[in-house]
Design a protein around this ligand. Structure first.
Ligand code: MRU
Length: 354
């Protein structure tokens, strides 16, 4: 394999977030991720309500992308005469991804609060996220190469990932996927197992879609198959994104991540979390304080318009779970790997930035 390229890896696939026009009259164009991979449809958001709805219904999703969309939503609010109501309303859209609150707080610090000044800040948040993804990929790939024990016979580096922490979820080449795109660009042979990720199938609809479109060898599995795939020794590294990381490294991510970490530990497979510093919440000491979003029953009982459970059955649908720090081999940030995952090391890497 050659060295990591200095050139940024181009962002694959359709653009998920784009500001169109000037600060006074422009609008936010979002790729509607709810209809992927069957259709490529864009939503033009010209008021705060449509940005809020797009976040709530997961047209735009993934922690960094939610923050970026909300930042542009603050510009739209100001166009219509109200930064504060826009910021307050957008903050109620989804509770778990801390990037939402981080981005809104950053927008609150802009002076003067004109559409022009706010648009510059929103675009900066977007561009900085792209740069962070690239750096995360470089650090993650270096660590993966260090951790990997060479299988015999030699085979491609084999990843397992959950949900979508890819280009669609960020301003750049993704967090968990960044090392995959970089490895491919460097000429390494890789393969990726993608959990389908019940109930909204971000792994099947989005990760399989974007990796396949980028020419990466991707194999889709149902969530419940991950244990067997790990037991068969088919995986070198499990890598996921994060929605909120507490000061001790406990990590909230898409529901199903925690059992994956338990299984990875059981099978001696490194479990990595890839996330920018904007995903850390240093105000909470551990994962028990992370608010977990509850989603509607319909997403389980009649997902994608087809009823798959008896009418009226009781449901419980947490959208995220918390993986305790001790199950995480390393958290990869744009500043490097946090390893071992302990409060002291988290503070040392991201503490001074926030
Ligand atoms: O409900 P979603 O699709 O917004 O959940 C997304 C995830 O859990 C991602 O893994 C996380 O936000 C990181 S995205 C880089």
């Amino acid at each position: 394999m050659t060295d990591t390229p200095a050139e940024p890896v181009p962002i694959p696939g359709p653009r998920n977030i784009e500001w169109v026009g000037d600060a006074e009259t422009g609008f936010l164009r979002l790729l509607d991720q709810t209809v992927l991979p069957n259709e490529v449809v864009y939503l033009d958001c010209r008021d705060v309500k449509s940005v809020w709805d797009a976040i709530k219904r997961l047209s735009v999703r993934g922690a960094p992308a939610i923050g970026i969309a909300a930042a542009f939503g603050c510009v739209i609010g100001t166009q219509h005469g109200g930064f504060d109501p826009a910021a307050d309303h957008l903050a109620t859209s989804r509770p778990t991804a801390v990037n939402l609150f981080w981005a809104i707080d950053r927008m609150k610090r802009v002076t003067p609060r004109t559409p022009e000044a706010l648009l510059i800040e929103a675009k900066a948040i977007h561009a900085e996220d792209a740069a962070m993804c690239q750096r995360i990929g470089e650090h993650a790939l270096a660590l993966i190469q260090e951790l990997r024990t060479d299988p015999s016979p030699p085979r491609p580096i084999s990843f397992l990932t959950h949900c979508n922490a890819g280009a669609l979820a960020t301003g750049g080449i993704g967090t968990a996927t960044a090392s995959m795109y970089l490895a491919k660009k460097n000429g390494a042979k890789i393969r990726v197992f993608a959990d389908e990720t019940r109930p909204l199938l971000q792994g099947a609809r989005l990760t399989a879609f974007e990796l396949d479109a980028a020419g990466i060898d991707v194999t889709l599995i149902c969530d419940g198959m991950a244990g067997q795939v790990l037991r068969e020794g088919k995986v070198d590294v499990v890598i996921t994104g994060a929605d909120r990381i507490a000061a001790n490294g406990d990590t909230a991510n898409k529901i199903g991540t925690y059992p994956l970490a338990v299984m990875a530990k059981h099978h001696g497979v490194p479990f990595l979390v890839a996330a920018p510093s904007s995903t850390f919440d240093m105000s909470i000491t551990d994962g028990s304080a992370i608010p977990i979003e509850l989603r509607s029953a319909e997403e389980i009982t009649e997902g994608f318009g087809k009823r798959t459970a008896p009418p009226g059955v009781k449901t419980y649908s947490p959208a995220f779970d918390v993986t305790p720090a001790e199950l995480i081999t390393a958290i990869i940030t744009e500043h490097g790997a946090i390893r071992p995952v302990e409060a002291e090391h988290v503070r040392g890497t991201v503490g001074s930035i926030q």
